[in-house]
Design a protein. Structure first.
Ligand code: ADP
Ligand code: MG
Length: 338
C-alpha cells in the first residue's frame, strides 16, 4: 500500500514537471527601487509564481532599506546615531549581523573599511555634495570616527565618543542582496540573480546549462566591459570613483573616503571583489578601493574564497591588477559584442 502511494506520487510529480509548456530557460525579471539604487531581480521560475516572489523580494529590500538607510530619519541606523553615545542601544538581528561583519572587516583591513564614518560622510554630504569641506572641518569630523570607538556586545551598541555616527553605505546594499537571495532560495526558486547597483549575487544553475558570466564596467571607457571567466564565487561587488562625483576647482571628488585622510581615496579608480556573500563583496570592494593595489591584493590573497580586479593610475596610465585566481581569466570587450 505504502509503495503504491509512493509510485503514484512519483508518477504525478513526473507529469507535473513535464507539463509546463514553456520551460523557463529565460529568467523572469523585475526592477525595484531600494537602497538608493535600482535593484534587478532575475529568477528562473514559472511566470505564474513570479509576481508573488517579486513581492516577497521587494518587501525584504524595503525592510532592510528602512533599517539601514542614512537618508531616512526613522531608520534604525539613525536611531542608533541619536542615542548610542548616551547608553548602549539594543539593535535588531539584522543590524547585529551587519555590524558584527563590519567590525570584523574594519579590523582585517586596518580601518580602510570603517562603518563609523558617519560624521565624516555627513560633512561631505554625498550624493548632493558640490564643494569639498575645509581641512579644519575634516579634522574635527575625523576625530569622531574610528571603529575602535564602537562597542558591540550582546546585540547592544555604544559609541565611546559623542558625535560619532554609523554609515553602513558600503555594506547594507550587499546585505540586502544576500537577504533577498536567501528568501527566494527558501521559497523554492532554484536559480536566479539579485543585483543592486553593482552588487551581485546569484544561485543555482541556469536551466540551459550555461555558466553565469559577468562583465565588469571598464572605469574609463563606458563602452568596454572586462569579462572575467571563472571564478566560481557566487557574489561580486564594484566600487568605482565614477559613481558619485563632483568637480571643484579642476579636481574630481568622489564618495569613497580614505579614513586616514578624510578625503576621497586616490589609490584606485575601481575595485571589484568576488566573495561568498554580497555583503562581504560589498565591504571588501570599498576596502580594496581605499587600500590600493599592493595592500589590497595582499589582503585578498590571504582571505579565502575572495578574488579582486582593481584599476588604478600609475605614471598617468590606467593599469589593472588581479589576485592570482583571476590571472589569465580577464579580457576586455565592447559592450555591444557581449
Ligand atoms: P556604492 O554604494 O557606490 O556602490 P560602496 O559600496 O563602496 O559604493 O559604498 C560607498 C559608501 O560607503 C559611501 O557613500 C559612504 O556612505 C560609505 N563609505 C565611504 N568611504 C567608506 C569607507 N572607507 N569605509 C566604509 N564606508 C565608506
Ligand atoms: Mg562597498
Amino acid at each position: 500500500m505504502k509503495t503504491r502511494i509512493l509510485v503514484g506520487a512519483a508518477g504525478l510529480l513526473l507529469v507535473f514537471y513535464l507539463l509546463p509548456p514553456t520551460p523557463t530557460t529565460t529568467p523572469v525579471e523585475k526592477y525595484h527601487l531600494a537602497m538608493g539604487t535600482v535593484v534587478r531581480l532575475a529568477i528562473y521560475a514559472h511566470e505564474d509564481d513570479a509576481s508573488e516572489l517579486f513581492e516577497l523580494a521587494a518587501n525584504e529590500l524595503d525592510r532592510i532599506d528602512s533599517l539601514m538607510s542614512r537618508f531616512s530619519s526613522a531608520s534604525e541606523v539613525n536611531a542608533i546615531n541619536r542615542l548610542a553615545a548616551d547608553r548602549p542601544v539594543a539593535v535588531s538581528g539584522d543590524m547585529a549581523r551587519v555590524l558584527t561583519r563590519s567590525l570584523w572587516f574594519a579590523r582585517l583591513t586596518g580601518g580602510a573599511f570603517d562603518p563609523t564614518l558617519g560624521a565624516l560622510t555627513g560633512l561631505w554630504g554625498f550624493p548632493d555634495a558640490r564643494v569639498p569641506p575645509g581641512d579644519a572641518q575634516i579634522d574635527s569630523a575625523l576625530a569622531l570616527t574610528g571603529h575602535a570607538q564602537l562597542e558591540l556586545a550582546e546585540n547592544r551598541v555604544r559609541f565611546l565618543r559623542r558625535g560619532m555616527g554609523l554609515d553602513l553605505g558600503a555594506a547594507a546594499k550587499g546585505y540586502a542582496v544576500d537577504r533577498t537571495v536567501d528568501l527566494l532560495e527558501a521559497a523554492g526558486v532554484e536559480a536566479g540573480l539579485v543585483e543592486a547597483g553593482g552588487d551581485i549575487r546569484f544561485w543555482g544553475d541556469k536551466p540551459d546549462g550555461s555558466d553565469w558570466r559577468f562583465g565588469v564596467q571598464h572605469p574609463r571607457q563606458r563602452d568596454d566591459l572586462v569579462v572575467v571567466d571563472g571564478p566560481k564565487i557566487r557574489a561580486l561587488a564594484t566600487s568605482g570613483d565614477y559613481e558619485r562625483v563632483f568637480e571643484y576647482d579642476g579636481r574630481i571628488y568622489h564618495h569613497l573616503l580614505d579614513p586616514t585622510t578624510g578625503h576621497p581615496a586616490r589609490r584606485a579608480v575601481s575595485a571589484t571583489v568576488w566573495a561568498e556573500t554580497a555583503m562581504d563583496a560589498d565591504i571588501l570592494a570599498t576596502a580594496v578601493f581605499v587600500m590600493g593595489p599592493e595592500a589590497a591584493v595582499e589582503l585578498i590573497e590571504s582571505t579565502p574564497k575572495t578574488e579582486t580586479l582593481i584599476f588604478y593610475m600609475e605614471a598617468g596610465r590606467l593599469e589593472q591588477r588581479t589576485s592570482s585566481g583571476l590571472r589569465g581569466h580577464t579580457r576586455t570587450t565592447q559592450r555591444s559584442e557581449e
